[in-house]
Design a protein around this ligand. Structure first.
Ligand code: ATP
Ligand code: MG
Length: 571
């Protein structure tokens, strides 16, 4: 392609509304253009990158035995009502009406639509398993669209869904997809980690995220320094620490005027915060049922609300308001505790199981209890992992310390089970002729986010340094002076040779200063360049790989052949 004919709107200035480097560079390189919040045009150069990611994904999905289909962007509400998500999905779901007043949404994900395909066409266990995927636009009315393609409202996703007649078959496909995803992100040239993720209240270790490691990543992760355990903080577990045994004395009430926070009370009573019982009153709702629950933690631990929500299998959990806490416990928050409360469900974090000699609010303003013992002074019927794991905690698998790192979630694989097939009555006939709901898995990759994540990992002070597999072009031929016909002729010749060899090559035939041309190509991240200048008189051209700091002189006559060889080494 001749650059003089291209739409390549590069910018010198850093756009003021772009906070992260990938967003800044993608705008400056003229890859994308904002149309509205979280909605972008993919300009020709940017779209080439998306197409490359798409190609890698398609190749690996097909190789893994998945079949490509395409579902609609506009989805009738009926399907979403069947699954119950029309009401539950919240405001990320963009709903609208057609001219007849019928309700629709723009698909943010396609479990409902795919389940309707399975329901219509998969009748027998003999047709299972199946895995269908699509590469398609999604719309989510994100509350905070930001960082360019990283968190858009309209974005391109590869979503795949598999259907099975047994958990073993689902597990095999889950592993198959996991391996395919590893090949995809490797082929994209990305450094990534597969981490344990929150699998909602469906349970198990049935969900993993593919995280591109980057300092600016939106996701906080914990990673074991010694073994392979890594997890999103939302889902991270840690090895429960045993409470040191203390003498079991008698319960004793003690005045703690105005000592509300854990730190204040611990200092006032001169005990370690870990001996205090943090007592939180939560409202929760499961279907139509609403109730309150007491969540207990060690004073130095934080509650992980997602774990509480999953444990309760709740749709919503909310910290109760002060007035509710007073009504239930008789004391304002800060002075409430589990002792003596019989009419409320109590869930204790597993680190409290062996607590003796602890302290807790006395359910009376300005008073606490000492010598509290778990099981003796409050019921321990329900014990669960409720705490937020933190850096420095022990790895749940091997006990080595967990480290905090950050990442960008580019892919997600998930065992869905029969949640959607049951809700939508999507069934097949098993070997005995009984009808059974499909067991399902789902697997997503964000294409735009993958491109943005690649930039976060691959840039320097001059611009983007694309991994070769994603670079929009692999070589640019730059005649330094357009007025010199010899230079132009030689440049044209090398350009044609590279084109004929199938190289994705550009010819910078713009009437611009050489400095401007070099800056543009480095900003965009073209993998290599050949500059034809004064050295051509001596039969030489200057070659440089993007990211290298020196030129290499190549004989003009064999330049194309050498470039071909060097590019092959990049891949
Ligand atoms: P997040 O927690 O970042 O909102 P998610 O868990 O909602 O992501 P999934 O529903 O699993 O994401 O979607 C699959 C993939 O789609 C994600 O791994 C990500 O790559 C991509 N994706 C999700 N939301 C967006 C978005 N708003 N903009 C761009 N890509 C997105
Ligand atoms: Mg989301």
């Amino acid at each position: 392609m001749r650059i003089s004919k291209m739409l390549m709107p590069t910018l010198r200035e850093v756009p003021s509304d772009a906070e992260v480097i990938s967003h800044q560079l993608m705008l400056r390189a003229g890859l994308i253009q904002k149309v509205a919040a979280g909605i972008y045009n993919y300009l020709p150069l940017g779209y080439r990158i998306i197409r490359k990611i798409e190609h890698i994904i398609r190749r690996e999905m097909n190789r893994a035995g998945a079949q490509e289909a395409l579902m609609p962007f506009a989805v009738p509400s009926e399907l979403w009502r069947e699954s119950g998500r029309w009401e539950k999905y919240g405001r990320e779901l963009l709903r609208f009406q057609d001219r007849k007043g019928a309700d629709y949404c723009l698909g943010p994900t396609h479990e409902e639509v795919i389940t309707s395909i399975a329901r219509a066409f998969l009748r027998s266990y003999k047709q299972l398993p199946q895995n269908l995927y699509q590469i398609q636009d999604k719309f989510r009315d994100e509350i905070r669209p930001r960082f360019g393609l990283m968190r858009g409202r309209e974005f391109i996703m590869k979503d795949a869904y598999s259907f099975h007649d047994s958990l073993e078959s689902l597990d095999a496909e889950y592993q198959n997809m996991r391996a395919a995803y590893c090949r995809i992100f490797e082929a994209c040239g990305l450094k990534y980690k597969v981490v344990e993720a929150d699998s909602g209240n469906i349970g198990g270790s049935a969900s993993q995220e593919f995280m591109v490691l980057a300092e600016n990543g939106e996701d906080a992760l914990l990673s074991c320094a010694a073994c392979a355990y890594s997890a999103n903080v939302e889902a991270a577990r840690s090895m429960p620490e045993k409470q040191r045994a203390a003498a079991g004395g008698q319960l004793k009430e003690i005045a703690t005027p105005d000592q509300k926070t854990i730190e204040e009370v611990a200092a006032f009573l001169q005990i370690a915060p870990e001996k205090l019982i943090k007592t939180l009153v939560y409202y929760y709702k499961v279907g139509e049922k609403e109730d309150y629950v007491l969540a207990l933690l060690r004073g130095d631990h934080q509650l992980n609300e997602i774990k509480l929500k999953n444990y309760l299998r709740a749709d919503i959990v909310l910290l109760a308001e002060d007035s509710v806490v007073e009504k239930i416990t008789g004391a304002p928050p800060g002075f409430c505790g589990p002792v003596g409360l019989r009419n409320i469900r109590i869930i204790a974090d597993e680190c409290l199981r062996d607590l003796r000699g602890g302290a807790a609010g006395a359910n009376k303003k300005d008073a606490h209890l000492l010598n509290v013992e778990a099981g003796r002074d409050f019921k321990l019927d329900e014990v669960a992992d409720l705490r937020q794991a933190a850096a420095g905690d022990k790895c749940p698998r091997c006990g080595a310390p967990l480290k905090a790192i950050r990442g960008i979630e580019v892919g997600h694989i998930f065992k869905l089970g029969s949640k959607y097939s049951e809700a939508m009555n999507a069934v097949y006939l098993d070997q005995n002729g009984d009808s059974k709901p499909f067991i399902m898995g789902c697997y997503g990759i964000g294409l735009g986010r993958t491109a943005a994540a690649a930039v976060e990992q691959h840039f320097d002070e001059r611009g983007i340094v694309w991994p070769a597999a994603l670079a929009p072009y692999h070589c640019v031929v730059i005649p330094a002076n357009l007025k010199d016909p010899e230079l132009l002729k030689a440049a044209e010749k090398i350009y044609q040779e590279l084109l004929a060899a199938g190289v994705e090559v550009l010819l910078d035939d713009r009437d611009e200063r050489i400095g401007v041309k070099l800056n543009d190509m480095e900003l965009i991240g073209i993998s290599s360049r050949l500059v034809l200048g004064k050295m051509l008189a001596a039969g030489q051209v200057e070659f440089r790989l993007r990211g290298a700091s020196d030129n290499e002189l190549l004989p003009a006559a064999s330049a194309a052949a050498v470039v071909l060889k060097k590019l092959a080494e990049l891949k």
